[in-house]
Design a protein around this ligand. Structure first.
Ligand code: NAD
Length: 275
């Protein structure tokens, strides 16, 4: 094997991917399996999860699906147990489950003053606690063997809050902060070979943001969608495949001195001032 391939090799590594029934993390899971990793698919939708599991297995990949809610301790303990029983260890965790909900966003009919606390709390919990809890339960396996990689999924809304999406912006800011905190904690308290980083995707059209970016009557782009494209120097939404190179780099030895970083994959959105 060529040296550059060894640097980014993940064959035989066991990777747990939460939110694997979604668009971005489904693409990640398929890619990881194609690179020879053992993939533990985590999501709430049993049907979608089983479909992805079968698709990966049909193409010769290794995957097992576990129906689980990332905010439920018992569920995530089952994920850990299944991963250990099936593949013997856990090397990498991708905390992909996340997203927004309309109740935590302002709109023409819902002012900031009307936003239900339950919805704001739900979005904070999913994105932040839904990354912390799996990092505790699965990260503990890494702490015991003094090796591992955790990847969180941040957002452009973390560093510069996006209009309307109050809960989501606050939650993803928390994810950035947690990424840095855990990177330091793992390196100092357990092992410098446990790395924690985040990917901050730009804008990708998926289930959780469809209602903000696509006009439900015309099927065309909303004014917000157009604004995003205008502020993305590359002039387009991302494709899920655009995230895969960054993911592979971060989880492999290619990034073995990288921890506590939040890497934008955004077509230049975060570099552009708008003028
Ligand atoms: N789409 C974008 O433009 C964009 C940009 C930046 C960050 N992100 C982040 O990327 C990640 C993936 O999102 P996506 O855009 O692919 O959305 P998606 O809605 O397609 O996927 C999210 C997945 O998470 C699952 N999920 C939700 N709550 C869950 C829970 N409690 N337990 C287990 N699974 C749960 C959903 O069922 C879904 O399968 C999210 O963290 C999202 O915030 C997306």
């Amino acid at each position: 094997m060529k040296e550059e391939n060894i640097l980014f090799a993940i064959q035989g590594k066991t990777v747990v991917v939460t939110g694997a029934t979604g668009i971005l993390c489904g693409a990640m899971a398929e890619f990881l399996a194609a690179q020879g990793a053992n993939v533990v698919l985590v999501g709430r939708n049993e049907e979608k999860g089983r479909q992805l599991e079968a698709k990966i297995q049909e193409t010769g990949g290794k995957a097992v699906f576990v129906a689980a809610d990332v905010m439920n301790q018992g569920d995530i303990e089952r994920v850990r147990d299944t991963a250990l029983e099936t593949y013997g260890t856990i090397d990498i965790l991708v905390n992909g489950a996340g997203g927004n909900r309309p109740g935590a966003s302002t709109s023409d009919t819902q002012t900031f003053f009307d936003l239900p606390l339950d919805d704001i709390g739900g979005v904070l919990s999913l994105n932040l606690l839904g990354s912390i809890l799996p990092s505790q339960i699965l990260g503990n396996v890494m702490a015991e063997k003094k090796e591992g990689v955790i990847i969180n999924i941040s957002s452009m809304a973390a560093q510069q809050p996006a209009t309307k999406v109050l809960g989501y912006s606050a939650a993803k800011a928390g994810v950035d902060n947690f990424t840095r905190w855990l990177a330091v904690h793992m390196a100092q308290e357990y092992s410098p070979s446990i790395r924690v980083n985040a990917i901050a995707p730009g804008f990708f059209l998926t289930q959780q943001n469809h209602y903000l970016l696509v006009d439900k009557d015309t099927g065309g782009m909303t004014a917000r969608g157009q604004k995003i494209i205008d502020n993305t120097p590359m002039g387009r939404y991302g494709d899920p495949e655009d995230l895969l190179g960054c993911l592979l780099w971060l989880i492999s030895d290619g990034a073995k001195f990288v921890t506590g970083a939040v890497i934008p994959v955004d077509g230049g959105f975060s570099a552009y001032s708008g003028v």
